[in-house]
Design a binder for this molecule. Structure first.
Ligand SMILES: Cc1ncc(COP(=O)(O)O)c(C=O)c1O
Length: 413
């Protein structure tokens, strides 16, 4: 049985999240399959950012730290993100970027498990995580070894009582593979291991249950599925039970118990504010606020169901429409074990992605040969998936890689 565009339109008509599309400013002639890299812009963002610039910054100036609540934005937005990732209030702050927050969370976890000397991570995880692990090892003040495993399915088997911390992505940025947080946390706990979760590719596309699964630490960005805007600040979660013990290496004045005492002596704040460092980018914080508004009243269960259905449709259509080119959809075949992006290995992947972008279908490329397409359930329709595969098939039939203009490698891929 073949699938038609009409079948996809029928799926859109039954989609309980159809109303969310209007919450975004999307270009009508663009199928945007890169919300896993930079989420679409909230329709509220231009007016909200303009108001912040004109009124709060332009007219009220310094008064806005109190009057517009600027100083409390890390906690206020942190609690709102907490609601999306299963964390009770007081355990998440928005600040800095994912890399910096990983450094802080990892340092804290290493400090708590100070009698142990190993970190476990997955070699295939996003490189910044691996680089930051190296930098945290260098600066933690004791001898710590890093074990990089090749296959994330081996994680639990590799746990032992020498490991202080495991740093893991809930969803892998290339393969889309989803780790079972409950199982991993349980196994880690039974061996006294702390886990720092990278939620960059899971927050906003599936129910994440940090408290229910007794997570220790987590970090993530807000510019992907949370739609916070380019370079929007990230967040860090620390479970309440770790707050008293945790220390972090960038303990600036925003993490002080009483920053406006201007005391020369450092006294750490009691709660999650201990994870802050210094002054935060307020304009970008407003972007995060608008991004979070796009999730108001949205059921994460609906988001997850639609995310799996969009990915499944994409893969099914590729098998039907592009069988002759040796495309290899990587990652788990079960959609319940995947996140919301699909990567396809193909030797001419870079040029095909460029040709698709030229035809209005935006995905991205991850070296060495992956075409990567992300499906944000809030604004992607089933019909757009159909259109995207039709465009991919056309680029393949046209052998777009023979066109030199699609072979010029840009700085950002
Ligand atoms: C899994 C993962 N972690 C971390 C990062 C980067 O973090 P940042 O640039 O916010 O420090 C990315 C960026 O795409 C990512 O995919």
């Amino acid at each position: 049985m073949t699938l038609t565009r009409e079948d996809c339109i029928a799926l859109d008509q039954k989609d309980p999240l159809r109303y969310c599309r209007d919450r975004f400013l999307t270009a009508p002639d663009c199928v945007y399959l890169d919300g896993n890299s930079l989420g679409a812009m909230s329709r509220l963002a231009p007016a909200a950012l303009t108001a912040t610039v004109e009124q709060e910054w332009g007219r009220d100036l310094i008064r806005s730290w109190n009057k517009a609540g600027w100083f409390e934005l890390p906690s206020i937005l942190g609690n709102r993100i907490g609601a999306l990732i299963g964390a009770d209030c007081g355990q998440v702050v928005v600040c800095d970027n994912t890399s910096i927050n990983l450094h802080k969370a990892l340092h804290a976890a290493l400090g708590i498990n100070s009698s142990r000397s190993r970190i476990l991570a997955h070699r295939g995880d996003f490189p910044t995580d691996l680089y930051i692990i190296q930098s945290a090892v260098t600066s933690c003040g004791r001898q710590v070894e890093v074990d990089l495993i090749e296959n994330e399915l081996e994680i639990v088997e590799r746990f032992d009582e020498n490991i202080a911390v495991a740093v893991l992505s809930q969803i892998n940025y290339k393969t889309g593979a989803l780790l079972d947080m409950e199982r991993v946390n349980q196994a880690a706990r039974s061996q006294g291991i702390l886990v720092v979760w990278d939620l960059c590719h899971s927050a906003g596309v599936m129910p994440v249950e940090l408290d229910r699964h007794q997570a220790d630490f987590a970090i993530g960005c807000t510019y992907k599925y949370l739609n916070g805007g380019p370079g929007a600040p990230a967040y860090v979660y620390a479970a309440t039970r770790h707050h008293q013990q945790m220390t972090q290496p960038l303990s600036g004045w925003w993490s002080h118990a009483n920053p406006f005492s201007f005391s020369p002596e450092y006294i750490p704040a009691d709660g999650i504010k201990r994870m802050l460092s210094g002054t935060q980018p307020i304009l970008s914080m407003r972007g995060v606020e608008c991004g979070l508004d796009t999730y108001d009243g949205v059921s994460m269960q609906h988001v997850r169901e639609k995310s799996m259905a969009l990915c499944a449709l994409f893969v099914e259509l590729i098998e039907l429409e592009c069988p002759d080119y040796g495309l290899d959809v990587i990652g788990p075949s079960e959609f319940a074990q995947r996140g919301s992006h699909v990567s396809i290995a193909f030797e001419h992947g870079y040029s095909v992605v460029q040709a698709m972008i030229d035809r209005g279908v935006v995905g991205d490329f991850r070296a060495p040969n992956l075409m990567r397409f992300g499906f944000c359930p809030l604004y992607i329709s089933f019909e757009e998936v159909w259109n995207a595969v039709a465009t991919l098939a056309d680029c393949l039939h046209q052998k777009s890689w023979l066109d030199p203009k699609y072979n010029q490698i840009a700085t950002v891929t």
